[in-house]
Write a protein that binds this ligand. Structure first.
Ligand SMILES: Cc1ncc(C[n+]2csc(CCO)c2C)c(N)n1
Length: 225
């Protein structure tokens, strides 16, 4: 099996994730600021936990080659992705330590601890099945948004988010990560118990992504600013 089999096995949830209303409003520039700010604050906390999950991939790896493959993601998370969030939130007078002191919302706790648990109780393939929707999905969203003529770049307050995930650097790193996941999946039969378990893990993480977008939209009435 490969990553495309995982996507095909949960197509409905996958499309609900990659074409969520939050993404569409982001592309048009119409997303309400409180929703984006809540999403970014929670995503900051999400990325912090995700760095732990990629560090767990180093711990779970059996070979030096697999240990080295997880390291660029730890770096990208702690540097480029998280600093985008910190610099955007600075516009609201929020510092990195303010963000660290924020409470984790339920969807943030559920998603990140699910991924860590899948990795801790399983092996490195289970961990990557839980991690995969995040990078593969955001790369697909970035590509879709940059190819879609309805995406509004000029004057869009969320243009940095779009260019971060549509950009070559991010796209290339996901392509490399996906090739690595495919190597790990290649020896597993899609119709085996193991294959079905991996689909469940991948689909659960995909459902968590949908809930994470929704958590952002639901912040509209919370009036955070
Ligand atoms: C909820 C949520 N899901 C996915 C990403 C994107 N993302 C997070 S970690 C990572 C891999 C290392 O770069 C990627 C692509 C996000 N930011 N927030």
């Amino acid at each position: 099996m490969n990553h495309q089999d995982l996507i095909n096995a949960c197509r409905q949830d996958w499309d609900a994730y990659t074409q969520h209303a939050f993404v569409q409003q982001l592309a048009k520039g119409t997303l309400a600021q409180p929703c984006y700010l809540h999403y970014l604050k929670q995503d900051f906390l999400f990325l912090k936990q995700y760095a732990r999950a990629y560090a767990l991939a180093i711990y779970k790896a059996h070979t030096l080659a697999d240990m080295r493959k997880a390291l660029p993601s730890v770096n990208a998370l702690l540097d480029s992705e998280i600093s985008h969030h910190v610099s955007y939130c600075a516009n609201w007078g929020l510092t990195e330590s303010d963000l660290e002191a924020e409470d984790e919302d339920f969807g943030t706790v559920a998603y990140t601890r699910y991924v860590l648990d899948a990795g801790m109780k399983g092996d490195i393939v289970d961990l990557y099945a839980a991690l995969a929707p995040c990078s593969i999905g955001y790369a697909e969203i970035g590509r879709n948004l940059s190819a879609d003529e309805n995406t509004q770049l000029q004057g869009n307050p969320f243009v940095d988010w779009i260019t971060l995930y549509a950009g070559d650097e991010f796209q290339q790193s996901v392509a490399q990560g996906t090739a690595h996941i495919d190597t790990l999946l290649a020896e597993i039969d899609l119709d085996s118990q193991r294959g079905r378990n991996l689909i469940t893990v991948f689909r659960t993480a995909t459902r968590m992504e949908i809930a994470f977008w929704q958590q952002g939209l639901d912040a509209f009435s919370k009036d955070e600013i």
